[in-house]
Write a protein that binds this ligand. Structure first.
Ligand code: AMP
Length: 187
């Protein structure tokens, strides 16, 4: 199974993606995590990405696309994956279509986690990640509205969008995901 978790920052994409990847025994690929690791390790990639993360802006497409082209072609990703944090804008979504075509991988299901703005801000402030300060949070929400939210329509048109109410407690969101993806009977 190939899954993309879509939703605003703080919606719980990482938490649900971790759960789904474990349940389905497929890799969880988080572009945000990969970037944070690269920054911590001070790789050249991390150094290029750092200022963008700190400002709450998107990292340039060229960097992210090079990263994802390589990651999705790895052996462990051939049988399926759960991706969170990518694609983040229309050109990344179009590029992903192209990458999947080249790799001969089937089209993903896209889970859209809907969460109220108030809850998003509260969750991010509780999380306390380095890019979770008030200014960055505000900018990330704007960037989501401007650049990422058009993907909801993009995937709706491709008939692969599943809407999930992400305002509920974590376990209940997980349960509705299991139901929508028909995973209840799987181990
Ligand atoms: P996340 O952990 O998904 O909220 O991502 C944290 C930050 O990493 C974002 O605010 C962006 O600066 C950067 N980032 C993560 N994924 C992408 C992406 N697909 N394209 C551009 N920037 C990204």
């Amino acid at each position: 199974m190939r899954l993309i978790l879509l939703g605003p920052p703080g919606a719980g994409k990482g938490t649900q993606a971790t759960f789904l990847a474990e349940k389905l025994r497929i890799p969880h690929i988080s572009t945000g995590e990969i970037l944070r690791q690269a920054i911590a390790q001070k790789t050249s990639f991390g150094i290029l990405a750092q200022s963008h993360l700190e400002a709450g802006e998107l990292v340039p497409d060229s960097l992210i696309l090079a990263l994802m082209r390589e990651r999705l072609a790895k052996q462990d990703a051939l049988g399926g994956w759960v991706v969170d944090g990518f694609p983040r804008n229309l050109s990344q979504a179009q590029a992903l279509d192209h990458i999947l075509q080249i790799l001969g991988q089937s089209y993903p299901l896209v889970v859209n986690l809907n969460v109220d703005t108030e809850s998003l801000i509260r969750r991010m402030l509780q999380r306390g990640r380095q890019d979770d300060n008030e200014n960055t949070i505000r900018r990330r929400l704007e960037v989501y509205q401007e650049k990422t939210s058009p993907l909801i329509n993009f995937y709706k048109k491709r008939r692969c969008l599943i809407n999930i109410n992400g305002n509920l407690p974590v376990m209940e969101v997980t349960r509705s995901l299991e139901k929508e993806l028909s995973l209840e009977s799987q181990i």
